[in-house]
Design a binder for this molecule. Structure first.
Ligand SMILES: *[C@@H]1O[C@H](CO)[C@@H](O)[C@H](O)[C@H]1NC(C)=O
Ligand SMILES: *[C@@H]1O[C@H](CO)[C@@H](O)[C@H](O)[C@H]1NC(C)=O
Ligand SMILES: *[C@@H]1O[C@H](CO)[C@@H](O)[C@H](O)[C@H]1NC(C)=O
Length: 378
């Protein structure tokens, strides 16, 4: 734009246009050049980030990843999934929440982010009833929530569940998950395809302690069947004290599922590898788990290629950039294999090995590094 404007000004000079028209045109030109510069400056401001700050939003708002891989649009296919995604005003502000929405949140058949509403869209009386707002994505501020506080997490979710149960009662599964998780909704649907949503059952990362028969970690999230979700939301709707409230939401919700005789399902793949990861991808892959996990995990945690399933469902503690990278790592592979099948009928499957390779490759491209070389031992 700037270059072509300069070229145009040379042509104008050569033609010897009378001075007043020339001045007028130069003024117009000046305005155009100035607004171009300002526009470039502004749009750079929108996406500017510190290359090393993994927490800063990295996808421009207008990009919908679903458009890159439209054949992967599973919205409305069975089984249907409603996502309840926990977030908070600070993450909305730094666009971490938006990133989650753009990468995988929009792939849920429906969803609500649950949060204390950020100041700029919060009205005074908002805490008496559950309030719903759309600002780039749908969010609800559950009834009674007046501060974001760890002590409030259980009630924050209980009131959200009651609201979702009343307004969106007909989904096959309900997924409760954190905003620092990566979720592959396609793999989740595949996993749930033949699972009974009319039985009281839940799936996620399995801990064996604290709750009778164990519970699922809230970080990478867990799905409740329609039966499980409906039963406990109905109970909560009748009396919010029907379920325990210690403030630790995943423990309390699992405890309540157990109270109403719901079961904790198993989700290891056929090779005994996890589909829900309680730590970040690198921690699982390198096997550098904290000691307490050995005591708490239902399945002995493994490292290397045995750590994780080819059909990963969710990974916790992921920065926005990790979330983006892992989604690309998986979806690129799916699409490459799809193309290969069209041309060569190779019949290959997505493997964790190739997911992890892609994931590090993308990071290497992003940062001009070669972390990938450290993978050779695997
Ligand atoms: C995905 O499919 C649904 C249902 O057919 C449609 O409403 C939605 O617009 C599609 N989304 C994208 C991003 O193409
Ligand atoms: C949240 O916690 C604050 C204090 O920590 C309390 O005043 C408020 O009533 C709590 N709200 C809910 C819904 O628990
Ligand atoms: C994964 O978690 C480990 C341990 O908390 C941390 O050192 C590492 O930076 C994390 N990796 C990424 C990519 O976030």
């Amino acid at each position: 734009m700037i270059i072509s404007s300069i070229a145009a000004s040379k042509i104008i000079k050569n033609r010897k246009i009378p001075i007043n028209i020339k001045q007028l045109m130069l003024t117009i030109l000046f305005v155009i050049v100035l607004s171009t510069i300002l526009y470039c400056f502004k749009s750079q401001g929108d996406i500017s980030f510190n290359l090393r700050d993994e927490n800063v939003f990295s996808i421009p708002n207008h990009i919908n990843l679903a458009n890159y891989f439209p054949q992967d649009n599973l919205t409305g296919t069975k089984p249907t999934i409603f996502c309840i995604i926990k977030t908070h005003p600070k993450n909305i502000e730094i666009k971490k929440t938006l990133n989650v929405f753009l990468v995988w949140g929009h792939k849920c058949d429906n969803y609500r982010f649950v949060t204390l509403l950020p100041d700029h869209i919060r009205s005074d009386k908002s805490s008496l009833e559950t309030v719903e707002v759309f600002d780039q994505f749908y969010m609800i501020q559950p009834k009674g929530l007046s501060v974001e506080d760890h002590a409030n997490l259980t009630l924050k979710l209980y009131y959200s569940m009651v609201y979702v149960y009343e307004k969106f009662p007909n989904f096959d599964w309900y997924y409760i998950v954190d905003d620092d998780a990566y979720v592959n909704i396609g793999n989740l649907k595949e996993f749930l395809k033949y699972k009974p949503s009319n039985e009281m059952i839940t799936y996620g990362y399995n801990f064996k302690h604290i709750v009778k028969d164990g519970y699922h970690s809230g970080g990478p999230g867990y799905v409740l069947s329609n039966a499980a979700f409906t039963t406990i939301s109905k109970a909560l709707n009748e009396d919010i004290t029907n379920c325990p409230n210690t403030g630790i939401d995943d423990v309390d919700i699992n405890q309540c599922v157990r109270k109403y005789n719901g079961k904790k399902g198993k989700s290891l793949d056929e090779k005994g590898r996890e589909k829900w990861l309680v730590f970040n991808l690198t921690t699982h892959f390198t096997g550098s788990y904290p000691g307490w996990l050995i005591e708490a995990a239902e399945n002995p945690p493994k490292g290397g290629l045995d750590c994780c399933s080819d059909s990963l469902i969710a990974v916790h503690y992921m920065t926005p950039r990790d979330v983006f990278r892992l989604d690309l790592a998986i979806e690129i592979q799916k699409n490459v294999i799809r193309l290969y099948d069209q041309y060569l009928k190779l019949g290959k499957k997505v493997t964790f090995k190739n997911i992890i390779k892609n994931y590090y490759l993308l990071e290497d491209i992003e940062y001009d590094e070669n972390k990938y070389k450290d993978l050779i031992k695997y």
